[in-house]
Design a protein around this ligand. Structure first.
Ligand code: ATP
Ligand code: MG
Length: 370
């Protein structure tokens, strides 16, 4: 297993995000634009490394699929070195106990495999299995201030939806352990949903400040958003595993129909695609459009004055048709749980090798090699 890093990513020079070496608390560099990033990913996939992941808090849903999973598979297929993290420790950010953890972890890996993640080309690993990754937490914590963490809008939102009796230190420091997850393998592209952008900004800050204080080690990672960066759930808020509003990839066709039938719409019969004024209806229209690879305005026009019932019929058919092959593959993989475990064991080994190499560099940079 090679522990080398991508050529440009390792030096932190990703187009517009070239690090000046002068970075300090007040200095920022702009993220690369999506169009430029996409262009460079196509032209030089070997210069990139992807890290992204999910918390094993429940079944993956359509928000994951259209928000990040499809991008991960696309990047893997382009030849980008791809790391996918099963963020098991981070389940404890917003709850006291991680229920059914082992089961959720296996389900997550099954969803990845069903979507087209290929463990020969992508490294799928568990957070808790990579101690050297977690060691980055101490130096990284020293690079952010208490008030910066308190201002993070995603942390605030997650605290508002938390099941914890009190906000734990793990919740408060969530963006910093995410920086460890991303930077341990020197990832320079992170395909995520919109909710993760403030977290990613912290990773960029941590990388910049570390490099400025101790010398160049980390790239400044760019977020890669999809065409559906914030898919809404059946209640009209962000589709989330933990909010009871999700349509999971592993649901049956009947369950899918039932969930979509119960989705929130509005009283206007004419269906339009207008995310700003009609977020619930538009999210359903977008879902059908994404499944059918069509323009959402065209989908809305076709439904016309058919109202919510016609919209929901269209969405149900589109989702079930699009997911049918994925669901069939998932069942095939589910028949051999030992394979799922093997995927994780192999991924853990690879991730450990990379993390040890990075930690070694960090110790050298910090003058801690005794
Ligand atoms: P939880 O409710 O447990 O926090 P979640 O559904 O928010 O679960 P995460 O594991 O927190 O899922 O997120 C995994 C990845 O999926 C992140 O990159 C996140 O931005 C993306 N994602 C999650 N929900 C959506 C959504 N509704 N639309 C687009 N992307 C999403
Ligand atoms: Mg979440």
């Amino acid at each position: 297993m090679s522990t080398s890093t991508p050529s440009t990513g390792a030096t932190g020079t990703t187009g517009e995000t070239t690090i000046t070496g002068q970075a300090g608390p007040a200095t920022t560099t702009s993220p690369t634009s999506t169009a430029e990033l996409e262009d460079r990913l196509r032209r030089e996939p070997g210069s990139f490394r992807v890290l992204t992941g999910d918390r094993p808090t429940g079944a993956l849903h359509l928000g994951h699929y259209f928000g990040t999973l499809r991008n991960r598979v696309r990047l893997q297929d382009l030849g980008v070195d791809t790391y996918i993290l099963v963020a098991d420790y981070q389940v404890l950010t917003d709850r006291d106990i991680a229920d059914h953890l082992a089961e959720h972890v296996e389900d997550l890996v099954l969803d990845y495999l069903a979507c087209g993640i290929d463990p020969e080309r992508s490294t799928v690993f568990a957070h808790s299995a990579v101690p050297a990754l977690n060691q980055l937490m101490l130096p990284f914590l020293s690079l952010v201030s208490f008030s910066e963490l308190g201002r993070n809008p995603t942390v605030k939102d997650e605290i508002a939806h938390s099941r914890q009796s009190a906000v734990s230190g793990l919740m408060f420091t969530y963006p910093v352990h995410q920086a460890c997850d991303i930077l341990f393998c020197k990832a320079n592209v992170v395909p995520v949903g919109q909710d993760q952008l403030p977290h990613l900004e912290v990773s960029r800050t941590v990388a910049r400040r570390f490099n400025s204080r101790y010398g160049q080690v980390f790239p400044e990672p760019d977020a890669l958003l999809s065409a559906a960066p914030l898919l809404l759930g059946t209640d009209g808020t962000k589709m989330s595993k933990s909010r009871g509003n999700a349509i999971s990839l592993s649901a049956t066709a009947d369950e899918t129909a039932r969930l979509i039938k119960g989705a929130k719409t509005d009283a206007t019969r004419q269906i339009t695609y207008d995310p700003e004024h009609r977020p619930e209806v538009s999210s359903l229209v977008l879902l059908a459009a994404l499944c059918q690879d069509r323009d959402p305005h065209e989908v809305a026009r076709e439904i016309g004055d058919g109202g919510g019932a016609a919209l929901k019929r269209t969405v149900t058919e589109a989702v079930n048709e699009h997911l049918a092959p994925l669901r069939a593959r998932r069942e095939e993989f589910a028949a051999d749980r030992s394979y799922v475990r093997k995927v994780l064991r192999t991924g853990n080994e690879r991730a450990n090798a990379v993390a040890e190499a990075t930690l070694d560099e960090v110790r050298a940079a910090m003058d801690m090699r005794y």
